[in-house]
Ligand binder design. Structure first.
Ligand code: C5P
Length: 233
């Protein structure tokens, strides 16, 4: 947005994709490999949702959510952890309650705009040479000037298979069909968010993450970053 980011210092790489595409794992690993900061934009939406629920406000009411956000001290650590009033949030952001409410919070265009401003300002922190940000609209809306924009592409069936395996690994018995239906519904809802809808845009590099190991995918990403040289923004 003109005027909002007058002197950006850090370089930005964005990884966008649908739920379960593996983008957060890749973004975290890529940031660590580069010595850059990882910005987990989904965790910021989750932290806001956490605060809204703590305040017993309605996540479906944009004004209530904005009012909670305006009073929040939110900050990010280099490993992507989000801190609320100086307290690092981890497992409390990954509960079924947050899962159920976060889409309501993220559906409000006014809330997205306000949160995006906070995420954009991270670029001006002097503490890191670059940011790797993951999300749905990190490249298209949050950091449109990013040097490298990647869309992480994985089929619905493979994303559901991975989510199902992850649930089983932590002892949550869930039917595969339910996981698949949940992801399909979330995809549909997010596809209705206009400019913020997760999809590959013109100029994006598309990373097919259906089969490669994390190591192979990271190698590919590092090659793309290296090919930028040092002159790009
Ligand atoms: O990536 P994660 O599943 O943690 O994101 C939580 C939720 O935050 C998503 O379901 C989505 O609704 C929202 N989100 C978003 N835009 C982003 C990142 C996340 O709307 N850039």
């Amino acid at each position: 947005m003109p005027g909002e980011d007058p002197s950006p210092r850090a370089r930005v790489v964005t990884l966008d994709g649908l739920s379960g595409s593996g983008k957060s794992t890749l973004a975290r690993r890529l940031a660590a490999a580069l010595g850059w900061t990882f910005v987990d934009s989904g965790a910021w939406y989750r932290a806001l949702t956490f605060a809204v629920l703590e305040a017993e406000e309605d996540p479906r009411n944009a004004d209530s959510v904005l009012s909670v956000l305006s009073q929040l001290d939110l900050a990010g650590q280099a490993d992507g952890t989000v801190c609320l009033d100086g307290r690092a949030l981890g497992a409390e952001l990954r509960t079924a309650r947050i899962d159920a409410a976060v889409s309501d919070v993220a559906d409000h265009p006014s809330v997205r705009q306000a949160l995006n401003q906070r995420l954009r300002s991270l670029r001006n922190s002097a503490q890191h040479p670059g940011l790797v940000a993951d999300g749905r609209d990190a490249g298209s809306v949050i950091y449109p000037e990013a040097s490298l924009k990647v869309f992480v592409d994985v089929s619905l069936e493979e994303r559901a298979r991975r989510r199902h395996q992850q649930a089983l690994a932590i002892g949550q018995e869930r039917a595969f069909a339910d996981v698949l239906a949940g992801l399909r519904e979330r995809d549909q809802r997010e596809s209705e968010r206009g400019a913020a809808a997760p999809r590959a845009h013109q100029g994006d590099r598309v990373l097919d993450n259906e089969k490669p190991s994390v190591e192979e995918a990271i190698r590919r990403l590092l090659d793309w970053v290296k090919s930028l040289g040092t002159q790009s923004p």
